[in-house]
Design a protein around this ligand. Sequence first.
Ligand SMILES: [Zn+2]
Length: 420
Amino acid sequence: MTTARDRLLGWIDGERERQVDLLRSLTRIDTCTPPGDTTAAAELVSRFLAGEGISWRTEAPRPEMPNLVSPFAGRGEGRHLVLNGHLDVFPVGDRSAWSRDPLSGEVADGRVHGRGTVDMKCGTTALLFVHAYLHRLRSDLAGRVTLTVVSDEETGGRWGSGWLTGRCGDEVLGDCVLNTEPSGLGTVRFGEKSMLWLRFTVEGPGGHSAYPHLGASANRRAAHLVRDLEAIESRAPAEPSVVRETLDRPEVRAAIEASLGAGAAGVMRRVSMNVGTVRGGAAINMLPAKCVLDVDLRLPVGISRAEARAEAVSIAERHPGVRCEELDTGGIEASWSDPGHEMVGHLVRNARCGPGGATPQPVVGLGGTDTRFWRARGVPAFVHGCSPAGMGAADESVGIEEFRRVLRTHALAAFDYLRA
Ligand SMILES: [Zn+2]
C-alpha cells in the first residue's frame, strides 16, 4: 500500500523537469530592485496555483508589488504552517561582468543561471511545489497551510511581509514559518541580527585649509568620531542561555565558518559596524564645514537597539558639533526562535536522509530576512536554503540538485509537522 509519504516522495522525484522549468521561467521575469516590479512574476505564480487547483488572493498596498496569500485547510484541527518566499531580487549591476544574459534562466553545468536564482527564486519555487504537494495530500494532513509569496523584501519589507504580518493577522501569522532564503545546506537559521542605521551630521566652522587655527574640519571630527564608535563592536551581548549554548557548540561554529566564511562565528555574536557613506567637503583647500556619515550597525541577539543607540549617542556627545539620528529600518530587534523547536528537528532529520544528505546546524543569520516580521510577533520561524555563494554577484547561478534538495527537505519537514 502506498502511504502519503511515498506519494510525496514520488512527486518530488518524478517532477524534476517541471520543477526546473518553473524556476527557469521565474528567473526569466525581471523582478530587479529598483523598481522591484513583481506583477509579471506574481502572474506566473498565480497560473501555477490555478493549475494545481489552489486558491489565493492578492494583497497589494503598492500595485506594482503584489503579495499572494494562498491558504488551504487539511482534514480537521491542527497547526497552521506558513511558507514564505520573496519574488524581488537584487539589481543586475554591471552588465558587462556577466558572461550570459542575466535573465537567461539558462541551464549549464547542472545549474540554472540568472539574477535572483540564489536569492531567492530557487527557494520561492521550491515552496510553490511544497505548497502544491501538501495541497494534494490535504486529506491526510491536520491543520492548515498558508503560502505567502511576497514583494519588497530587498527594500525593507514594508509593502511585503511587513504589511501582511501587520495587517492580515491570523490569516498569515500561523504557528510556525518556513522560509527558503539562501542559508547554505549546512545550516538552519533560527534567528538573525538586527539592523540599526544611524546618521551622524558633523558640523564645524570650516574655513581656509592654510588657517586651521581659525577654523575646524568637520571631516577630521568625523574621522575621530568613527574611531571612537568602533568601541560599540566590543560590547558583550547578554545572550539567552539557549542561544549561547547552541552557538558555543564546536560543530555549530564549524558550520557557521563553512557556510559564511572564516570569522563569521565571531561576527554573528558581536556588533558589526560599517560606515557606508561619508559625505563631506567642497574643495581640497577648504576646511569642510559639514560631514555626514551613514553608519550601519548589525546587532547580535542579546544587544538591544536602545542600548546600542544610547552608546552611539553618548560617544557622539563627546565630540563637538555632532548630531545623531536614526534612519528607519522597521525597528525590529535581533530575533530568535527556540533552536530546539520541533521544526528544527524535522528539517535536520529530512536534510540528512537520502543521497547527498548533510546535517544542518542551528545558527543565527548575519543579514536580514522577512522571518524577522514573524518572530517579532512571537511566531517561530526557520530559514533553510541553498548556498549563499554568488548571491547578488555577476553570473549568479544555483545548482539544480541543491535546489531540489531544498524542495525535498522542506516538503518532508512540513509533512512531518502537519502529521505530528
Ligand atoms: Zn532574499
